[in-house]
Design a protein around this ligand. Structure first.
Ligand SMILES: NC(=O)C1=CN([C@@H]2O[C@H](COP(=O)(O)OP(=O)(O)OC[C@H]3O[C@@H](n4cnc5c(N)ncnc54)[C@H](O)[C@@H]3O)[C@@H](O)[C@H]2O)C=CC1
Ligand SMILES: Cc1ncc(C=O)c(C(=O)O)c1O
Length: 311
């Protein structure tokens, strides 16, 4: 008997929602996708179809019986739902409002999980009537391909709810990581430490964007995809880490604000894929081509990594 609830609802169908839904549908759930915007939902149907196609390419396990529906009717989306994932924009007050709407429409035993990138779960739970059923469930983008989910209980989260979410994540074949609550959670703290150093190296003209991407992809990115950081410490040796960190740690970037180069880019309307230009410039069709290459690469890497003995 799968631990995956038979009926699930995804609230918010932007970048993350459709891929989350595709993953759950492939695992056999009836998934309702709700969004306040009909325009976003229309786009979500296409994103869902794309993500489902990618899962087909990946050849991930399929459980028969899954289905999806898209609606702007929140009551219909939540009626009878046994598991809810909130994926609205990263704004705490908006999330609190939406969580209140969800709570008013589901049973007290229904787990409500938030896909927040790093807002403290405890803070969001403060406004809930049944905070014990609320838990962090941080997917990584693209959610239908990155098979690791951070499970973050808040201070009020029932231990049984955390345990149940771990089993739900395992039920659709992903790797759950239970974490203590900390701003940004584990994955984004590591990612944002890396990105802070990367942007600083670009700002100082130490390396080009192409050079930086090559260095990270074929250096630590490649290595860390096989060897986790703690295993790498054992492989390199604590003596090496001590010797290098003794002089290097004080040199690393420690800025606390968003880098000026990024603030300037946003002011110039250069958001990246979303606007056709950011760190790189994209001509007609370039973003779609890049997304196709990224997807093919992630599918190939996932297949290979899944085939090797865990290190
Ligand atoms: N984009 C990313 O790479 C990742 C985002 N996340 C987190 O997931 C959450 C969602 O992020 P994205 O999908 O990127 O956001 P998004 O902005 O792409 O999509 C959010 C969706 O929520 C809808 N929405 C807004 N207000 C709503 C309401 N009151 N009720 C229902 N729907 C509403 C919007 O119409 C939109 O379709 C955020 O907390 C974000 O931090 C987590 C991992 C990765
Ligand atoms: C830049 C960046 N920031 C946040 C997240 C997730 O919360 C991601 C991701 O999932 O890839 C990201 O790339």
């Amino acid at each position: 008997m799968s631990s995956l609830p038979a009926i699930a609802t995804v609230v918010g169908s932007g970048t993350m929602g459709p891929g989350i839904a595709a993953t759950l549908v492939r695992a056999g759930a009836e998934v309702r996708v709700y969004d306040i915007s009909a325009e976003a939902l229309a786009k979500a149907e296409n994103t869902f179809a794309f993500a489902s196609g990618v899962l087909e390419q990946l050849g991930s396990d399929t459980v028969e019986g899954g289905s999806v529906s898209f609606t702007t009717d929140i009551a219909a989306a939540l009626s009878g739902s046994l598991f809810v994932i909130e994926a609205v924009p990263e704004k705490i007050e908006l999330k609190k409002t939406v969580l209140g709407q969800i709570e008013s429409l589901v049973g007290k035993d229904v787990i409500i999980a938030t896909n927040t990138s790093g807002i403290p779960i405890t803070a969001m739970a403060e406004s809930m009537t049944v905070p014990g059923r609320f838990v962090g469930m941080h997917w990584s983008n693209p959610p239908h391909l990155i098979p690791m989910i951070e499970v973050i209980p808040g201070k009020a989260t029932d231990a049984a709810v955390t345990d149940q979410l771990v089993e739900i994540v395992k039920a659709f074949g992903y790797h759950p990581v239970i974490e203590k609550e900390i701003a940004g959670f584990v994955e984004n703290r590591v990612l944002y430490a890396i990105l802070r150093e990367c942007v600083a190296l670009l700002e100082e003209g130490i390396v080009t964007p192409e050079g930086l991407d090559t260095a990270v992809k074929w250096g630590i990115g490649y290595k860390l995809s096989v060897i986790g950081p703690t295993r790498l410490l054992d492989m390199a040796g604590m003596d090496i880490y001590a010797a290098v960190s003794s002089y290097l740690n004080k040199e690393l970037n420690s800025d606390t604000e968003t880098p000026q180069v990024v603030t300037d880019m946003i002011a110039a309307g250069k958001l990246g894929f979303k606007t056709g230009g950011g760190m790189y410039e994209y001509g007609e069709g370039d973003v779609a081509a890049k997304l196709k290459d990224i997807t093919a690469g992630l599918v190939a890497a996932r297949k290979t990594l899944s085939s090797i003995t865990p290190v």
